[in-house]
Design a protein around this ligand. Structure first.
Ligand code: NAG
Length: 219
């Protein structure tokens, strides 16, 4: 009986370990690092590794996140990414960073990161943030954040930040992928290239086709 229990426990632990491995977003490392070789023609899930003998300290370094992004655009918000495209040493490490600048009433519009959870902290100003759960609930979780507050956007969920303050706002966010990806909802639906048929979007949104076309014209 005792041996049977041990066996069952072992089987349960093994199942847990396996399911954890299968759901890890970026692969585990099999070496100290795998600095991206951006010149390689080899295609893998991620980027191939540079020869470790050619790796230099700059492969793990980026400078410039103290510089405010230019928020002069329709949304009044801009994201400065620091992911594997900027730091090759992030390849396979499952993490990256962004700086987000917001003009007064500036918006980081509803979007998702298909490959990552995000943890954000406000460095300057005041943001209204929110995310929406998946179907069928589509429940909105929203909060007003001030300097020093931290908020989490779970992986894959649609989320946004809006600057409620009269001054500029700045946030820093870490993401659980070297390459989180961004799908901005409005751009994907109304700004697809070539366009999704107006009839299809009109039916999806339950509005007139000319309403859809006037939105599509903004992209
Ligand atoms: C910011 O972007 C706007 C619009 O593209 C441009 O006109 C302006 O010169 C930029 N400002 C700076 C400081 O780069």
């Amino acid at each position: 009986m005792g041996a049977m229990r041990v066996l069952l426990l072992a089987a349960a632990l093994l199942a847990l370990a396996c399911s954890h491995g299968a759901t890890a977003s970026d692969p585990s490392l099999l070496q100290d690092f795998c600095v991206a070789d951006k010149m390689s023609q080899v295609r893998v899930n991620g980027l191939p590794c540079k020869d470790p003998k050619e790796v230099v300290v700059e492969d793990f370094f980026f400078s410039g996140l103290h510089v405010a992004g230019n928020t002069t655009n329709k949304q009044g918000g801009v994201v400065t990414p620091v992911n594997v495209a900027q730091i090759g040493g992030l390849n396979t490490l499952g993490i990256s960073l962004v700086r987000i600048d917001y003009a007064p009433s500036g918006l980081n519009p509803p979007h998702t990161h298909p490959r990552s959870t995000e943890i954000l902290t406000v460095i300057e100003g005041c943001l209204e943030v929110g995310f929406v759960t998946s179907n069928p609930e589509n429940k909105l979780f929203t909060k007003v954040l001030n300097k020093g507050d931290v908020f989490v956007f779970p992986k894959g969920l649609v989320h946004y930040q809006f600057n409620k303050g009269a001054a500029n706002a700045v946030a820093i966010a870490a993401l659980s992928s070297q390459n989180p990806g961004v799908i901005t909802v409005a751009n994907a639906v109304f700004g697809a290239e070539p366009s999704i048929s107006g009839d299809i979007i009109a039916k999806a949104f339950q509005v007139e086709k000319n309403t859809v076309e006037s939105i599509q014209a903004q992209f």
